[in-house]
Design a protein around this ligand. Structure first.
Ligand code: PDD
Length: 286
C-alpha cells in the first residue's frame, strides 16, 4: 500500500512520525474519509469544503489549496490498485514540545493520506438490514468537526459490537437523536423521510447530503428537523448512511423490530437511487 506523508509517497511500512506529534499526544487534528468509485473521488469538492470547516474549527491553517489537494489525491488514487477505494486524510497540528497550548510560532502540520479498497456492503446486510442499539450521546458540543479525537465514538461503537449490533444511535439529553457513532441516521414515518438538522451536535455527512438531494430530485417527501427519541421507537423505517456503508436499513433497535422488522420501501427506493446516482455521476454515464 502506497501512502502519502508530509510531501512524499512511500510504502506504508516506511511511514514514520514523531511520538511528539500532537495528533498522537492530544488527538489534535482532523480527518476526512472519501470514497473513490472507478478511480474518481466522490464529491471531492464537498469533502474538501468539510475539511476546511474542520480545520477552521480547530484553528489550523489548511496546508494545501483545493487544487493541491486534488493533485495529491489523484496521485494517491493512481498509486493504489483498486478501482473503488476509500481515502483517509489526516492533518495534525504537527510535532512540538508537549504543551496544551498551540506551538508558538506554529510548526509544520503533519499531513497523512492512505487508500484502502472500498468494501461494498455485503448483499445479506442489504436484504436483512442491521441491528442497532441506542445510547446517550456523551460527546462534546462540536461534533460538526471531523476530529481525530474519536474516543467517545470508539467506545460508543464498541458498545454496539459487544451487543452483536452494527451501530449505536446516539440520544442527546435523553430527548432527541443526533446520529450514529460513525454514521448519520434518517427516519421514515408515513412515507416521509426525516433528517436531523446539521448543527454542532452532528457530523455534516456527505452521504446525508446526497440522500437529501436524491429525495428532492425524485419528489420524495422529506423534512429536516429535530427527531425525538419517542419518534425513533415509533418509526416505520430507520436508515443509516456513511461514505463506506452508503445506505443501510436498520431493522432492529434495542432488540425490537423497526416497523415490519424488514428493510422497507423507502430504503429500497433510496438504495436504488443512490446506486443510480453513483453510476451516472461518478462513472461518467450522466
Ligand atoms: N465516518 N457521523 C459520524 C460521527 C461519522 O464518523 C461519519 C462517517 C458520518 C457520515 O459521514 P459521511 O457520509 O461523510 O461519511 C456521520 C467515516 C466513514 C469514518 O470515520 O470512517
Amino acid at each position: 500500500m502506497t501512502i502519502y506523508l508530509n510531501g512524499e509517497f512511500m510504502p506504508i511500512a516506511d511511514a514514520k512520525i514523531s511520538v511528539l506529534d500532537r495528533g498522537f499526544i492530544f488527538g489534535d487534528g482532523v480527518y476526512e474519509v472519501i470514497p473513490v468509485y472507478s478511480r474518481r473521488a466522490f464529491r471531492l469538492a464537498e469533502h474538501l469544503k468539510r475539511l476546511q470547516h474542520s480545520l477552521d474549527g480547530i484553528k489550523l491553517a489548511n496546508p494545501h489549496s483545493d487544487d493541491e489537494w486534488t493533485r495529491l489525491i489523484d496521485e494517491l488514487i493512481a498509486r493504489n490498485e483498486a478501482q473503488d477505494q476509500y481515502l483517509y486524510l489526516h492533518i495534525t497540528r504537527g510535532v512540538a514540545k508537549r504543551d496544551h497550548a498551540f506551538p508558538n510560532p506554529p510548526v509544520a502540520p503533519t499531513v497523512f493520506m492512505m487508500s484502502n479498497p472500498l468494501p461494498i456492503p455485503p448483499a445479506d446486510l442489504l436484504s436483512s438490514g442491521v441491528a442497532c442499539i441506542t445510547a446517550p450521546d456523551n460527546r462534546w458540543l462540536r461534533c460538526d468537526i471531523k476530529a481525530i479525537a474519536l474516543l467517545p465514538n470508539v467506545l460508543l461503537r464498541q458498545m454496539a459490537v459487544d451487543a452483536g449490533c452494527a451501530e449505536t444511535i446516539l440520544i442527546r439529553d435523553n430527548a432527541f437523536m443526533t446520529e450514529g457513532a460513525a454514521s448519520n441516521i434518517f427516519l421514515v414515518k408515513d412515507g416521509k423521510l426525516l433528517a436531523p438538522p446539521k448543527d454542532n451536535l452532528m457530523l455534516p455527512g456527505i452521504t446525508y447530503d446526497v440522500i437529501l438531494e436524491i429525495a428532492a430530485l425524485n419528489g420524495i417527501p422529506h423534512e429536516v428537523r429535530k427527531i425525538s427519541v419517542t419518534e425513533i421507537f415509533a418509526a416505520d423505517e430507520l436508515l443509516l448512511t456513511s461514505s463506506t456503508k452508503e445506505v443501510l436499513a436498520i431493522t432492529q433497535l434495542d432488540g425490537k423490530p423497526v416497523g415490519t422488522g424488514k428493510p422497507g420501501a423507502m430504503f429500497a427506493r433510496l438504495h436504488k437511487l443512490y446506486q443510480n446516482f453513483k453510476h451516472d455521476v461518478m462513472r461518467g454515464n450522466a
